[in-house]
Write a new protein. Structure first.
Length: 280
């Protein structure tokens, strides 16, 4: 059914009360097609522009129970307590709609998704046109963020470029959501896990396979090839930095997790040692 968010239409399977959202300002956009079970609102008002995630409705592409979506969103909140400049800023969160729903309020991140809807290659093309020092800094920020998350006991889950927000003006790359990140120890309980196939490790397709830091190492290795090389060929001839940095990225994406960098910290150390020499 079609509903109205104070002037902005959105679709749900059944009516959901969003009157609790009114004090936070004007709804500018609604994302109603997510498989997570959440509705996402961009709101601009007395507290500035915010991204509001709401669980408790029945979005059109979600076939699960609203209470399961509520539990997942609540359980994800502790990941946002990790202190890092690339972690989305959680302003507040709590039960809404008479306790039937849960909402998380984030400061809005200015920029564009690297995988926008409708799909366009332009954000990736713009990123690759940035100065190499800028691209290297963006890559370092993402690696460093995942080191911090690993120290807090979290590894990447549902890794996808649609969740990466790129700012052309500031030359930054920031994840807009960490909800799908997994508490260690983690296991593949789905067979084909959630995420973009462009970044997924082999174990993310293998039921009951361990999911650990080496899985995130693979995800980040593929991201490096997207940023600095060619994800389709993975060839040295398409790599824009040195052969040594290519070798570091290549170790990340070896099929057997035992042959990759053993931890995110090991990857960060190797990456920074070589990158520091190349951008001096």
């Amino acid at each position: 059914m079609l509903q109205d968010a104070f002037g902005v239409p959105f679709s749900v399977r059944e009516y959901t009360d969003i009157s609790w959202l009114a004090p936070y300002g004007q709804v500018e956009e609604v994302w109603d097609g997510l498989i997570s079970g959440n509705l996402v609102f961009r709101v601009n008002g007395p507290y500035g522009r915010m991204k509001v995630k709401y669980a408790g409705a029945r979005p059109v592409n979600y076939s699960g129970r609203p209470e399961d979506a509520v539990a997942r969103l609540k359980n994800a909140m502790d990941v946002y307590s990790v202190r890092h400049r690339a972690v989305p800023e959680l302003l507040t969160c709590g039960e809404v709609n008479g306790g039937r729903g849960f909402a998380a309020f984030f400061r809005w991140i200015e920029g564009e998704s690297l995988f926008p809807y409708p799909p366009s290659p332009e954000p990736w093309k713009s990123l690759r046109r940035q100065a190499r020092e800028t691209v290297m800094r963006m890559a370092d920020d993402i690696i460093d963020l995942h080191c911090g998350l690993a120290m807090a006991g979290r590894v990447a889950g549902n890794f996808r470029d649609s969740n990466l927000i790129y700012s052309r003006e500031r030359g930054t790359l920031t994840p807009c959501s960490l909800d799908g990140y997994l508490l260690m120890p983690a296991e593949n309980t789905l067979g084909r896990m959630h995420g973009s196939a462009r970044f997924m490790a082999p174990e993310e397709y293998e039921l009951h396979a361990p999911i650990d830091e080496r899985t995130t190492v693979f995800n980040l290795g593929m991201l490096m090839f997207m940023m600095l090389g060619n994800r389709d060929t993975l060839a040295l001839k398409d790599w824009t930095m040195s052969p040594r940095l290519y070798e570091i990225a290549s170790v990340c994406i070896r099929e057997d997790p035992r042959d990759r960098w053993p931890s995110l910290d090991a990857l960060r150390s190797a990456w920074r040692m070589q990158a520091g020499q190349e951008i001096m």
